[in-house]
Design a protein around this ligand. Structure first.
Ligand code: ADP
Ligand code: ADP
Length: 223
């Protein structure tokens, strides 16, 4: 049973057709990198997968169940990482993670937060207010935040945009680790080398359609 199945999914915004009939299945444990020019419909695809937006037409199934029938709490399956960190700048790093964890009703919040702060190399700054953080630190904290509830599915929208080298290495390490843990990952990125390196499946979206969809083995090796 695939994690997601999309059947002829279309999305219109007024007269703009952002997705023009997308059909695919996403297997559990796949790492799908999504490339394509600006305006192609990549963000729209991610928003549809994360149920932030509804399709105008077509059906979406989550593990075989129509997504309309899923309860709201099925969002706990998703971790979303974008280049925009959603953090409270007057709270400390730890408080941000704890706050977010409470929304999910998690237990052992402090232990989980410490584990992740260590993972993103911010443990030494855990009591500092987020407003004192550099952009790279904010990005690392936002990665930790997205993983607090240990989601099965990780959706990333341009996560490498604006990352410094340190944050970029931390993110790559985490993505490799999550992939080895059989998490399902969909990453929209302009970073071709990273997207290619990490993926098990490569998709190109253009004009609201998939113009390429290949398993990594089938993609010609780079020189
Ligand atoms: P990408 O992520 O590939 O840059 P998007 O999914 O953001 O593409 O956008 C696809 C098309 O849909 C673009 O023409 C964009 O302007 C349009 N679009 C996206 N979101 C909205 C929205 N909320 N309202 C109107 N048009 C939108
Ligand atoms: P990103 O670069 O993070 O993909 P965008 O800058 O493309 O985001 O879009 C930011 C927000 O504006 C999104 O929610 C998107 O759906 C919306 N949006 C994008 N294009 C349009 C548009 N032409 N009209 C209205 N809203 C849009």
């Amino acid at each position: 049973e695939p994690i997601f199945r999309l059947d002829n999914v279309k999305k219109r915004y007024g007269h703009t057709e952002a997705l023009k009939g997308v059909t695919f299945e996403l297997a559990e444990g796949d790492f799908m990198s999504v490339f394509g020019p600006n305006g192609a419909g990549k963000s729209t695809l991610l928003k549809i997968l994360s149920t932030l937006t509804k399709p105008s037409e077509g059906d979406i199934f989550f593990k075989g169940t129509p997504i309309k029938k899923m309860k709201d709490d099925f969002r706990k399956h998703f971790g979303v990482i974008s280049h925009q960190p959603f953090l409270y700048e007057n709270l400390s790093a730890l408080e941000n993670l704890v706050f977010y964890g409470r929304l999910y009703g998690l237990k052992d919040l402090n232990a989980r937060a410490d584990f992740l702060l260590k993972r993103v190399e911010l443990l030494g700054r855990k009591h500092d207010r987020v407003r004192t953080f550099s952009r790279g630190m904010l990005q690392r904290l936002s990665i930790a935040r997205a993983l607090m509830h240990d989601p099965d599915i990780i959706l990333l929208d341009e996560p490498y945009t604006g990352l410094d080298q340190h944050a970029s290495l931390v993110l790559t390490g985490i993505l490799k680790e999550q992939f080895s843990l059989k998490k399902t990952i969909v990453m929209v990125t302009h970073n071709l080398p990273r997207g290619y390196e990490l993926a098990s499946r490569i998709v190109v979206v253009k004009g609201g359609k998939f113009t390429l969809d290949q398993k990594k083995e089938d993609v010609p090796e780079k020189e």
